[in-house]
Design a protein around this ligand. Structure first.
Ligand SMILES: NC(=O)c1ccc[n+]([C@@H]2O[C@H](COP(=O)([O-])OP(=O)(O)OC[C@H]3O[C@@H](n4cnc5c(N)ncnc54)[C@H](OP(=O)(O)O)[C@@H]3O)[C@@H](O)[C@H]2O)c1
Length: 209
């Protein structure tokens, strides 16, 4: 961050991780944060944070749907940094593709044309790794192979996240947007304390970023 007044957009800002990202940015001192939510979003997590930190004046709520290009344009105008956390979690491939991949394409195109792109942070998932060709018990890490056939494994979420990453790399390079792709393991902490057995995990507490 070079300036705390820089425009920052957080998508999925009322989500489990997104709300925490907003909280951490506010604690860092950022005061020009745009929080993207869908019209039907409960906004419970976000509202609780804004109330607790008395930060309503540092945040602008942008309502829309990332599947709609015009909503993305409204969201990114004058924004230089995007934390993209919105994603499709539905069981259908159609849901995963539109909410993870099409939404990301719309957002990147809008960012390139109407934003002031300095960095696009894409939150992907360790779900894109595959243990299909790995030895039983071998650790899954950044060097593990990427899933090649999510459709054959009926894994709509992974399909959406792989397509999302592809789009970030393609459009990021073509339009000159500096980007980074993060692949967290299962995240747990306040708001989601259940930890599936044997999973790769990241703990989200009040001091983590
Ligand atoms: N939780 C984990 O353990 C974990 C692990 C690895 C990676 N991740 C990744 O981290 C990110 C955040 O995950 P999370 O657990 O915080 O998810 P979450 O609580 O379900 O939040 C996801 C958000 O995406 C938004 N969204 C979905 N489709 C949208 C669309 N078409 N337009 C605008 N917003 C849309 C929803 O917004 P509304 O609230 O407005 O409906 C929701 O708040 C995701 O990209 C996920 O793949 C999560």
């Amino acid at each position: 961050m070079s300036h705390f007044d820089e425009g920052i957009l957080v998508t999925g800002s009322n989500g489990f991780i997104g709300a925490k990202v907003v909280e951490v940015l506010l604690k860092y001192g950022c005061r020009n944060i745009r929080c993207f939510v869908r019209p039907a979003s409960q906004r419970d997590r976000l509202n609780a944070i804004l109330l607790r930190l008395k930060a309503a004046d540092k945040v602008k709520i942008v309502t829309g749907d990332l599947r709609t290009p015009a909503d993305c344009v409204r969201a990114v105008r004058d924004v230089s940094l995007v934390y993209h956390l919105a994603a499709g979690f539905g069981k259908s491939f159609d849901d995963a593709f539109t909410n993870s991949a099409v939404a990301t394409q719309n957002l990147l195109e809008a960012f390139a044309a109407h934003g002031k792109p300095r960095r696009f942070v894409n939150v992907s998932s360790f779900a894109v790794y595959s243990n299909f060709r790995m030895e039983r018990g071998a650790p899954l890490d950044e060097m593990s192979p990427i899933e090649e056939s999510p459709e054959e494994r009926f894994d709509a979420y992974t399909f959406g996240k792989l397509k999302q990453e592809e789009i970030v790399r393609d459009i990021g390079r073509a339009r000159g947007i500096p980007f980074i792709i993060l692949r967290p393991g299962t995240v747990f902490g306040p708001g989601n304390r259940d930890l599936p057995g044997g999973s790769v995990s990241a703990y989200l507490d009040s001091s983590s970023t």
